[in-house]
Design a protein around this ligand. Sequence first.
Ligand SMILES: *Cc1c(COP(=O)(O)O)cnc(C)c1O
Length: 390
Amino acid sequence: MNKPSTKNIAKNTALLSDKAHSKDAVAPPIYQTSLFSFKDYAALESAYCGETDHAIYSRVGNPTVALLEEKIANLEGGEAAIAYSSGMGAISNAILGLIEQGDRVVAVKHIYPDTYRLLKSHCGKFGVTTEIVEGDDLKAIEAKLPGAKLLYLESPNTFMMEEQNLSTIATLAKKYGVITLIDNSWASPIFQNPIEHGIDIVLHSAGKYISGHSDVVAGIAVGPKKLMDDIKNNTGTLLGAKLSPHEAGLLLRGLRTLPIRLKQHQENALHVIKKLQKHASVTKIHHPAPNKNEHSALKGYGSLMSIELVDDINIPAFCDALEFFKIGVSWGGYESLVMPAMAAINRGGEYTTVIDFDVSDRLVRLFIGLEDKEDLWSDIEGALEQAKIK
Ligand SMILES: *Cc1c(COP(=O)(O)O)cnc(C)c1O
């Protein structure tokens, strides 16, 4: 394995270059196979007993998937990684693999909606309780830690893009023997490496920036070998949400341009933010750049943000007037996207984060893609003009 190093983008790029593959292929081969055969009984038995790394069956392990796992573990500075068929596959396997009946979980506010539902609704059915705390309230976090099993973070978090003080929180959690997990999708492994700050397990929705082309749904968990083995043994093999080799191949391709894509996403996002700050129809910008956190662990800025708009902007009309920004969930690919909180609020339902955490119906999430930054700003400016209630 390469030495973990995440000091800067150039180093990360170096980490992404491949060793020689079979028949000197420069792109990693995709082992599109469900099973692997053995030359004799002895080879089968030693693979079964974990004495060799001979793959057995692709639900459990596959060389293309293993290469992706190794690369992401390197980028995050973690000992081991497991790739899943979705971000929720990674999140649910990690949580369900570590908790037991009656455990208590502490989670910060504004975590990804399906993570919140998993904890509150599904885990609740098995006697696991989840308490929600403000991510910037260290006293409140510490008060909940004694006796807790997991502390679940997301920094920056969903819709509000608020950061948590990773180093201090990790130190507190260690003091009380609580395992820390973080959803690091917003920053990607290029712009934030929580393990450097003492966090135990890093989770990614890998279909976002890591894939980068809106053509894959995938997830990955990175952490200490001991905890990753626990997750693998307790849930991995049983829940069966492993990533497919073909999708691992697409993610390996995405990784090669991840640093330069993120550089451009950052540049485009900062351009749009500068313009939004001067626009009379925008009351708030939720993004770490204009809301500097002195304890930030970020090495750069992702391009997912939310804005809040004055009452005399018709939000559905604003979404409809945009041309470059497509209306849709998810993010992380080439194309810019718009997602109004209003749609989730109007859908309603039990354990809905936008309702339980009081997200304003004036909030609109924007994902700034890789189109020309001037085009993107004129699109927003024009749509705000068209959506004004006369
Ligand atoms: C999309 C997303 C997820 C879920 O990932 P899936 O691949 O859709 O399961 C988790 N966390 C964050 C922050 C996300 O944006």
